[in-house]
Design a binder for this molecule. Structure first.
Ligand code: SAM
Length: 253
């Protein structure tokens, strides 16, 4: 992006009263993926100085909590926590503020850059992994997560990990990101329930056969359809696909 274009978002942020040019990245992410909806509870990890918090509050009007190593200056209607997102103690503090869970978790956190590409990439993946762990602990099933990652050789592995937890996962570069820039955002939607995991094996009993002819088993009340299984059969299955409300499994021979 040419320098005057970069300055465009900087000037626009100042003119519109946003604390950071990053505010426009969240606007573009949320618009594209319909991420933050009215009434949503939103948690922003690595939120200082607070541009994303301002946008999250505007879009949701609901409960918004920001977390950062640094103190975040007050924003009306937004709660803040000073803490390290990698620590369990911080996750607990977030949970105390959002007892019902979050609809959306955001993470624009970045490690201090050293200038060494592969080292910065590894630290960014590490931080994004902590953010994912935190998101899984505080999101409601069906919730959404957007996280910043610096691209590099560990990026495909991170995308794969996201795909085990979210039904839909996409990478996106908002126009407001500086170019050339290593940063990219990964957006996960429809957090899957914890009880059933992709590619894992389970012992089940087929309780019934559905209208489509698939056997129906339950793992802690979560419905799993098993092709070719018959009522009363006890078998081991491997989960092949997980949707927010049900999964498909296949018999293991
Ligand atoms: C690019 S800024 C976020 C900008 C923000 N989205 C905005 O619009 O104002 C990244 C932030 O991540 C924070 N951060 C980095 N590592 C963190 C960690 N382990 N825990 C909490 N915050 C962290 C930094 O202190 C920094 O304020």
């Amino acid at each position: 992006m040419p320098r005057d274009r970069r300055d465009y978002f900087y000037r626009k942020a100042r003119k519109e009263g946003y604390r950071s040019r990053a505010a426009f990245k969240l606007k573009q992410i949320s618009e594209k993926f319909n991420l933050i909806k009215k009434g949503n509870t939103v948690v922003d990890l690595g939120a200082a100085p607070g541009g994303w918090l301002q946008v999250a509050k505007e879009l949701s009007g609901g409960k918004v909590v920001g977390v950062d190593l640094l103190q975040i200056e007050e924003i009306e209607g937004v709660e803040t926590i000073k803490g390290d997102i990698r620590l369990d103690a911080t996750v607990e503090k977030i949970r105390e503020k959002i007892k019902e869970g979050a609809d959306v978790v955001l993470c624009d956190a970045a490690p201090n850059l050293s200038g060494n590409w592969s080292y910065d990439h590894a630290r960014s993946i590490d931080l994004a992994s902590s953010a994912l762990e935190c998101a899984r602990k505080i999101l409601k099933t069906g919730g959404g997560f957007a996280v910043k990652v610096f691209q590099g050789d560990m990026f495909p592995g991170y995308l794969d990990e996201m795909r085990t937890y979210f039904a839909k996962v996409q990478a996106f570069s908002p126009e407001a990101s500086r170019k050339p820039s290593a940063e990219i955002y990964v957006i996960g939607r429809d957090l899957l329930p914890e009880v059933v995991r992709l590619n894992q094996e389970y012992q089940v009993v087929i309780e019934d056969v559905g209208a489509g002819g698939d056997g129906i088993a339950r793992i802690e009340d979560f419905v799993v359809f098993v092709k070719g299984a018959i009522k009363g059969e006890k078998l081991r299955i491997r989960i092949r696909s997980v949707k927010p409300n049900f999964a498909f499994g296949e018999k293991i021979e």
